[in-house]
Design a protein around this ligand. Structure first.
Ligand code: HEM
Ligand code: HEM
Length: 180
């Protein structure tokens, strides 16, 4: 953890894309399922959303541990100071939200009195006791944080694409090595 490496590790790259894919699925499923009328389909989607969300939480914790023990490569010196600050801020916020969004989702489920049985097999403990007002509030927070994450992801992906086509500094290829 002394020298700044030239590359992301394969593990960091794999975790980045697996998590991105899972978040890209969990988000629209969340939006779609809340507007359905009460039906077996709605309950099934709620279960899948919660299972995927807990899997995201577990992978995000592993990713955070990996990140804490493996330095990322430095940003190119050609980037302005303000761009470097923005990139680092976005990355930090994304790490926080990868944990906070599913954690608040889990707390909300507990508060609303719907315990999480992960993949229908592993009963998870309730994080807070049943309380309707708290459940509704945590639902609002879950929605707000998820939208906040979506906005940062859009800016983050747009920046990566701009780096690839305009700055041509190889940043996108660090996360997508087949582009090299
Ligand atoms: C990164 C992971 C997650 C993302 C991106 C995500 C995203 C979303 C979104 C966009 C909604 C719709 C919000 C609305 O329009 O009201 C939603 C709803 C919901 N999410 Fe998540 N979620 C995640 C993880 C979780 C987890 C881990 C749980 C619980 C274990 C959970 C439980 C719920 C529930 C119960 C709702 C419906 C709330 C309601 O009926 O008002 N979510 N989620
Ligand atoms: C839910 C979706 C996504 C999340 C949560 C996410 C999160 C992150 C985080 C936290 C980092 C920082 C890694 C580190 O240095 O520790 C990162 C790096 C990166 N991401 Fe994403 N990302 C997502 C989607 C995308 C997409 C769609 C693209 C491309 C279009 C992309 C391109 C990149 C690139 C190129 C880097 C490396 C930046 C560098 O070399 O400094 N990401 N991502």
């Amino acid at each position: 953890m002394n020298e700044t490496p030239a590359h992301y590790t394969r593990t960091a790259i794999a975790l980045h894309w697996v998590l991105a894919l899972m978040i890209f699925i969990a988000f629209p499923v969340g939006l779609y399922m809340v507007d359905l009328r009460l039906s077996p389909e709605k309950l099934q989607l709620y279960s899948w959303h919660k299972w995927a969300g807990i899997a995201i939480l577990v992978l995000a914790l592993i990713r955070l541990l990996w990140r804490a023990t493996h330095r990322p490569p430095a940003l190119p010196a050609s980037m302005k100071r303000i761009e470097q600050i923005a990139a680092h801020a976005a990355h930090h916020l994304l790490y926080v939200l990868m944990i906070a969004v599913p954690l608040v989702g889990w707390m909300m489920s507990s508060a609303k009195g719907f315990p999480v049985v992960w993949f229908g097999l592993v009963p998870l403990p309730d994080l807070v006791s049943k309380n309707k007002e708290l459940g509704d509030l945590l639902g609002e927070v879950h929605e707000l944080l998820a939208w906040g994450m979506a906005l940062i992801v859009i800016a983050h992906a747009a920046a990566a694409i701009k780096h690839h086509f305009l700055a041509r500094d190889g940043i996108l290829a660090r996360m997508l090595p087949f582009l090299k």
